[in-house]
Design a protein around this ligand. Structure first.
Ligand SMILES: C[S@@+](CC[C@H](N)C(=O)[O-])C[C@H]1O[C@@H](n2cnc3c(N)ncnc32)[C@H](O)[C@@H]1O
Length: 259
């Protein structure tokens, strides 16, 4: 996510809102002067398009990742569009609530929701020993798709997902009950409150932020010979024992540490 701000980690949600608020105030006071120069009142849509572009620019300058920049650009004009369409007012808190329930771990843990793709799930399956069943954990299991795929294809092994974002957890739990296999389960649990000693393979696809603390925890708790796998995000100062390069479009790298 890369919210640098002079090296300090801050909440990206609050920072994004603060950028919008400051620019809104600046443009609000500048609007009459711009209107006087143009000879007519600046339409609200123009104002919000300008706010979007400027917010995106400032967000990019502060080294936010591109989804944040894109969100900052489109949010103000979308708001005007929603007002123009006379959408009922309760739609805004409802959308906000849904976003919070999905992206629960963005503000606190700096971990958004994005999903492991099929090619990477296939590469994870190849990492599992052919003859010996294992207990595999996905730390932050999102919608549970990775685990459903693995559990179907490795029926002798056991698969456990840990997730605290309410909506993804509810979906993964429900889909697991409806169409999942009996070797699959999901726990509504913070990954830092789970003893990792019960797993043979621990997989995570998080963000750079929790990796140092998580690796320290894995080293303290995981059994000798077990495997810690991180999709894309490394641990500063801890070179992985092996790297699996996945032949997908984003050139995914699975970083492997043998405990
Ligand atoms: C990038 S997604 C990965 C989803 C899934 N593992 C996959 O690869 O498709 C990361 C997930 O970790 C969850 N998460 C982040 N921090 C967590 C924590 N401390 N405890 C439990 N889940 C967490 C987020 O809610 C999010 O769903």
């Amino acid at each position: 996510m890369g919210q640098a701000f002079g090296g300090k980690e801050r909440s990206p949600v609050l920072a994004a809102l603060a950028i919008q608020a400051v620019l809104f105030a600046v443009l609000y006071f500048a609007r009459p002067y711009a209107g006087a120069m143009l000879g007519y009142a600046v339409p609200l849509l123009w104002l919000m398009l300008t706010q979007g572009v400027l917010s995106g620019f400032v967000t990019a300058l502060l080294r936010f990742s591109w989804p944040w920049v894109a969100g900052q650009v489109i949010a103000p004009p979308l708001l005007v569009l929603a007002l123009a369409l006379h959408l009922p007012v309760w739609i805004f808190p409802l959308i906000l609530l849904l976003l919070v329930l999905v992206f629960w771990n963005v503000a606190g843990g700096r971990v958004p929701l994005y999903l492991t793709n099929r090619a990477t799930s296939a590469a994870l399956l190849k990492l599992l020993p052919e003859k010996t069943p294992v207990h595999f954990a996905d730390l932050g299991s999102g919608l549970g798709g990775t685990l459903r795929h693995l559990a179907r294809n490795a029926p002798a092994s056991k698969f456990t997902g840990l997730e605290t974002a309410p909506l993804p957890f509810a979906l993964s739990w429900g889909l697991g009950k409806l169409g999942g296999t009996s070797n699959l389960s999901f726990r509504f649990r913070d990954i830092f409150k789970q003893d990792l000693g019960e797993f043979d393979v621990v997989y995570c696809f998080l963000s750079p932020v929790p990796m140092p603390r998580l690796y320290e925890k894995a080293q303290a708790e995981m059994k000798p010979g077990s495997l810690f796998v991180s999709n894309s995000f490394t641990v500063p100062g801890q070179a992985p024992d092996d790297i699996v390069e996945v032949a997908d479009r984003r050139k995914t790298k699975l970083l492997l540490w043998r405990m």
